[in-house]
Design a protein around this ligand. Structure first.
Ligand SMILES: NC(=O)c1ccc[n+]([C@@H]2O[C@H](COP(=O)([O-])OP(=O)(O)OC[C@H]3O[C@@H](n4cnc5c(N)ncnc54)[C@H](O)[C@@H]3O)[C@@H](O)[C@H]2O)c1
Length: 118
């Protein structure tokens, strides 16, 4: 893939794998957009990489749609969207997934499934 001059959006870019993905895209010449529910962390990564940041929860469809529309209108078409944001909810009993409470399941579904759909 040609990265130079193209827009790469990375969710969960404030740290970890997302931050590394953003840095790798920037090193190849892309304009990077860092999206994260940790707005300060996303801003810091964007500042370091000369990119832009959006504070969003990928589980919120309106927030994702607004961010994508803002990127496409203000920065350019997204060439690569790295849907990296995810959470790990630890089950009270690691041997029994059904030991997790409904709120934990709802958070996991919202981010780890619907976040990618959005
Ligand atoms: N690190 C591993 O060994 C490993 C293994 C398997 C899968 N993964 C997956 O890879 C991805 C990145 O892993 P990591 O280790 O860098 O994770 P991490 O926890 O270090 O970083 C995740 C980032 O995503 C952000 N985030 C979480 N929920 C969000 C939401 N709802 N909206 C927007 N941003 C959100 C966090 O603020 C954080 O900056 C995750 O989806 C994780 O589940 C990681």
């Amino acid at each position: 893939m040609e990265f130079s001059g193209r827009v790469v959006a990375v969710t969960g870019a404030a740290r970890g794998i997302g931050r590394a993905l953003a840095a790798a895209a920037r090193a190849r010449g892309a304009t990077v957009v860092a999206l994260d529910r940790d707005g300060a962390g996303a801003e810091a990564v964007a500042a370091e990489l000369g990119g832009r940041a959006y504070a969003i929860d990928v589980g919120d469809p309106e927030a994702v749609a607004a961010a994508l529309a803002g990127i496409e209108a203000g920065i350019g078409p997204i060439a690569l969207y790295c849907s990296n944001a995810g959470i790990l909810e630890r089950d009270p009993d690691p041997e029994l997934a059904t030991s997790a409470d409904p709120e934990s399941w709802a958070r996991s579904w919202s981010v780890n499934v619907m976040g990618h759909v959005h």
